[in-house]
Write a protein that binds this ligand. Structure first.
Ligand SMILES: O=C(O)[C@@H](CO)OP(=O)(O)O
Ligand SMILES: [Mg+2]
Length: 425
């Protein structure tokens, strides 16, 4: 039976930063009703799909999304309603065609992604399956529970006064199963808080629920993390709890001369790569995301050549979940893995395509939240269904972050046969 939408409705809600975003509800002719929440980033890539924000500076300082909601309730609803669709993929294609810009800027990427997520929820519900089972079946992938990456120290664009490096994450690679990985994350988080307090640092939180102490030197943060991992009784490293970094280096690159301003120094790409190498020598860092800026193309190739066999070199702002950009980087050996965010590209179909490009190239994939989140848990199902083996959803604290981890705990509980951990090569 074809999928027919009888009602599509978007409403302005709040995200975790008290900024407006969209919730989209969708009803099908056969009575399925679903709802999706739309996330939003702060450290965005320049080639991301473009969200619509209102022109009116009098509401939410010009950040409202009534225009985007209007696109869903008006043009998108008129175009999709009462049409027969063979699948959610077809709905995504219709959205891409209707928008017509390649960047989703006309309808708004926030409007488009809300409808896309709702369409996939609806298709799964109509098939009588959970979202992850449905995604696995559609994509032809082998499901697994991902290694959670807990962002326990927040800096950069996510925490004023925090470190220059945006994200310091705990990755319980050595955990025997997903619940034990969550436990490790939460126990180390508690020990880290105790260490920060004892040293007189702030334990206030950044946007993703991690601590945001005024510690500039990345090595000083890493030392604290290793101590906290040990305090909690875990082994620092791949057999226990490893560390992943997302410097989001584009945020601290000086446009005038392309130097990276970190910890009071102005480093060339090569000097920054040297610094990363020293960090990898000294600390149990296993993954490095956006180590360089998105426009430092040759730097990415050198970074991968230098460190690619020691740590995962992951692109976020540089690839923006775009299958074409990922394919190009595979050919240039400009990274070894890609971060995956549905709202960076705008539809679930294109996201699955990006994941397929990675799989076929032997690249690792990490499904990711945004720094502005809702209680929506689609990314948890996406990580399991697509079998990516990795997810990041912030600290093991704050409702919008733990919604995803708690969804993963529920999936683990309901299906004890699901394997846990990194996907094989
Ligand atoms: O850089 C990132 O990886 C993300 C999520 O942690 O941040 P933002 O959503 O602000 O782009
Ligand atoms: Mg990033």
């Amino acid at each position: 039976m074809p999928l027919r939408i009888t009602e599509l409705h978007a409403v302005e809600i709040l995200d975790s930063r008290a900024r407006p975003t969209l919730a989209v509800s969708l009803t099908t002719e056969d009575g399925i009703r679903v709802r999706a929440g739309v996330p939003a980033g702060a450290s965005t890539g320049t080639r991301e799909a473009v969200e619509l924000r209102d022109a009116d500076p009098g509401r939410y300082g010009g950040q409202g999304v009534l225009t985007a909601a209007g696109q869903v309730n008006g043009e998108i609803a008129r175009s999709l309603a009462a049409r027969d669709f063979a699948s959610a993929t077809e709905i995504d294609r219709a959205l891409i065609d209707l928008d017509g810009t390649g960047t989703k800027s006309r309808l708004g990427a926030n409007a488009v992604v809300g409808v896309s997520l709702a369409a996939w929820y609806a298709e799964a519900a109509r098939a009588g399956r959970g979202p992850w089972q449905h995604l696995a079946r559609t994509a032809g992938t082998t499901p697994r529970l991902p290694v959670p990456h807990f962002n326990v120290v927040n800096g950069g664009a996510h925490a004023t006064g925090g470190p220059d490096i945006q994200e310091f994450m705990l990755a319980p690679l050595g955990a025997p199963d997903f619940p034990e990985a969550v436990r490790a994350g939460a126990e180390v988080y508690a020990r880290l808080k105790a260490r920060l307090s004892a040293a007189g640092h702030s334990t206030g939180l950044g946007d993703e629920g991690g601590f945001a102490p005024a510690i500039r030197r990345p090595e000083d943060v890493l030392t604290l993390l290793v101590e906290a991992i040990t305090d909690a009784g875990y082994t620092p490293g791949r057999d226990g709890v490893a560390i992943a970094l997302d410097p989001a280096a584009g945020q601290f690159r000086r446009p005038a001369d392309g130097r990276y301003l970190i910890d009071g120094e102005a480093l060339t790409s090569d000097a920054l790569i040297d610094r990363y190498e020293e960090i990898v020598d000294r600390f149990p860092v296993w993954s490095l995301e956006d180590g360089l800026a998105e426009d430092d193309g040759d730097g990415w190739v050198r970074l991968t050549a230098r460190l690619g066999d020691r740590v995962q070199i992951m692109g976020d702002d540089v690839f923006v979940t775009d299958p074409a950009l990922i394919a190009e980087a595979v050919a240039r050996r400009a990274a070894t893995s890609a971060l995956i965010k549905v709202n960076q590209i705008g539809t679930v179909t294109e996201t699955l395509e990006a994941l397929r490009v990675c799989r076929e190239a032997g690249w690792a994939q990490m499904v990711s939240h945004r720094s502005g989140e809702t209680e929506d848990t689609f990314i948890a199902d996406l990580a399991v269904g697509a079998g990516t083996g990795q997810i990041k959803s912030g600290a093991p604290a704050r409702g919008e972050r733990i919604a995803k981890y708690n969804r993963l705990l529920a999936i683990a509980d309901a299906d004890p046969a699901l394997p846990y951990g990194l996907a094989g090569p």
